[in-house]
Write a protein that binds this ligand. Structure first.
Ligand SMILES: *Cc1c(COP(=O)(O)O)cnc(C)c1O
Length: 403
């Protein structure tokens, strides 16, 4: 971009010459943030409706996170799981007291949480039923991460290209389609994996009736039901976990993204049916349950629950959905559909989203796609009405200027 000053261009050039070329990146190097706003190294301000992709749920520079992490950094940065650490125990207590689950395994990312769930599901089935029952049913258009197991579970061929052979015994079925799933229900199935609302795959909520039916099938056949809540969990949909909306409690959920508010952490939460199948030595992570990460998780949950941030997510999420619906009414030929749950919204356009996202960035609004035709809106959970108005104003201007 011609408007970039030397400083930012410099960083982009330096990055391009030493970093692996794995990301399609905007020509912006970020420097710092406050609340729902970010600044690049040139001093340009952005309203952030990306949140590190549903990560920075408390926004930037939240005083509680800054204080608790500074204290913990001075006290204990890391200790091995050869020993106990107190923030890990406390975060597990908090997570189990506010969920349908009784045990936690900590790791460092969403993909790792999914790997843990895949391993646990197969282990549980092998112990109970022997070798020939290791098939996992996952959904088309899903996203579960980039490690081999998580990538193989991901139901989008673009993520598989070039990586054969994938992890075997994984079957993909169309999302929200019970008949298609039933057709794949053999005696070899040990688990069903689903996102209660698909994020990366285009912001598609699961039908609550579909999730109820999956629960019934899993109970009847002693199959483990796994919900990937890496994106939908930790308040994003107005409930602490998206599964609460359906009234269906799965056997396992995976968490990451919002859990640390920006500090890397992942977790697998498990009920008593599944928990006993991991025994000492079966699974591990050097950094999993690290005291800094768990202090971040504890602080995020405390702020969410004690400051009643969920009410804000409900109110602002409803407002955002209304504003997007109004925008669709204004540009029915440009916006095909608005869908989502509270602060996890998407609009499907009749065109590629890239030029719209680029133009919004130029105007100081950060947005992210979810597939080629969907723009995702995942602002920090602390977002206020004025910021939603500001974002909608920029988006409306950009859409108006689009051919
Ligand atoms: C982002 C995401 C993942 C992968 O998380 P990473 O931390 O990038 O490994 C897995 N599942 C879902 C639903 C996600 O949105």
């Amino acid at each position: 971009m011609s408007t970039l000053s030397a400083t930012q261009t410099d960083w982009l050039n330096r990055g391009q010459s030493v970093l692996m070329n794995t990301y399609k990146q905007f020509p912006v190097a970020l420097s710092h943030g406050e609340g729902c706003y970010l600044w690049d190294v040139n001093g340009k301000k952005y309203l952030d409706f990306v949140s590190g992709i549903a990560v920075n749920c408390l926004g930037y520079g939240h005083p509680a996170l800054t204080e608790k992490l500074s204290e913990q950094a001075a006290k204990l940065l890391h200790c091995s799981n050869l020993y106990w650490n107190t923030p890990q125990v406390e975060l597990a207590e908090m997570l189990t007291s506010v969920s349908a689950f009784s045990r936690v395994f900590f790791c460092n990312s969403g993909a790792e949480a999914v790997e843990a769930a895949l391993k646990l599901a197969r282990k549980a089935s092998q112990v109970k039923y022997g070798q020939n029952r290791s098939t996992v049913i996952a959904m088309e258009n899903s996203f579960h991460g980039r490690t081999y197991g998580a990538m193989s579970l991901t139901g989008q061929s673009k993520y598989h290209a070039g990586y054969a052979p994938l992890v075997s015994e994984i079957v993909h079925v169309p999302f929200n389609n019970l008949e298609a799933l039933q057709a794949q229900l053999t005696e070899h199935v040990c688990a069903i994996l689903v996102e209660p609302i698909q994020g990366e795959g285009g912001v598609q909520p699961a039908d609550p009736q579909y999730l109820k039916a999956l629960r019934a099938i899993c109970d009847e056949r002693d199959i483990l039901l796994i919900f990937d809540e890496v994106q939908s969990g930790i308040g994003r949909t107005g409930k602490l976990f998206a599964y609460e909306w359906s009234g269906v409690a799965p056997d396992i959920i995976t968490l990451a993204k919002g859990l640390g508010g920006g500090f890397p952490i992942g977790a697998m939460l498990v009920n008593e049916k599944a928990a006993p199948y991991f025994q000492p030595g079966d699974h591990a992570s050097t950094f999993g349950g690290n005291p800094m990460a768990c202090m971040a998780g504890k602080t995020v949950l405390s702020v969410l629950l004690e400051e009643d941030l969920l009410s804000n997510v409900m109110a602002q999420g409803t407002y955002l959905a209304q504003k997007l619906a109004a925008l669709k009414a204004l540009y029915p030929e440009k916006i095909q559909e608005v869908r989502g749950m509270k602060l996890m919204q998407g609009i499907e356009l009749n065109q590629s989203v890239a030029p719209v996202i680029d133009a919004c960035l130029e105007r100081g609004l950060l947005l992210v796609g979810a597939g080629p035709n969907v723009i995702r809106f995942v602002p920090p959970l602390i977002v206020q009405t004025e910021q939603i108005d500001e974002a909608m104003h920029i988006l409306a201007d950009v859409l108006a200027a689009m051919e």
